[in-house]
Design a protein. Sequence first.
Length: 238
Amino acid sequence: MNVGPSVCDVNRRRANCAPVWYSQAAMVISGNHRRGLTATDRSAPGRSAARERILATAYELFCQEGIRAVGIDRIIEQAGVAKMTMYRHFGSKEDLVLAVLDRREQLWTQEWLVAEVTSRNLSPQASLIAIFDVFDGWFRRRTFEGCLFVNALIEIADAKSPIHKACCAQLENIRSFIGQLATDAGITDPRSFAREWHILMKGSIVAAGEGDVAAARRAQHLGRLLLANVLPFQAPAP
């Protein structure tokens, strides 16, 4: 399964690396769009091997090729399951997409991005800058696939669509992480700052998709300028 970072990288840092405040916020928001999952499906012991194959196959294909370009029949064929099995676990393609977005939030946002940044034990300001150090390694991977949330948001432009709403919620989860770092750094308007910082993050991902492998470094430079503009003045130590 391609997650941007390798699955081995993700498994080195599990969800308990994420701050408690972030994990709780993400659980509340992401829970709103788990349309295709029953209580049994959401518990790890209850997940069948067939369901996991379907989800893993859809995850890989949606990340690499997009949502509209990948049909249900192709997912069924590559997962090696019967159509009845597919629809027993996911009532529709929309339900499957929502489950994939939920899995992406778990693997990419919580267990990779948040865990990679927080595991470095840096100050809040340095943690914000470190986001682009993490991105730099991702952008240089041959398997770099971009942001599934942004890609899906563009593909499913209807603001009333559950998929569109789920993507917005997942992006808000990321801004919650940024906003907490901004609050801890003493930035006076952390919500506004989080949106500005998120623009740098999303812009660098798009630039990397164009082939600019140095996009994270360029965004990091702009981030330093933004931080210098919003951080309270601190007199140098005597």
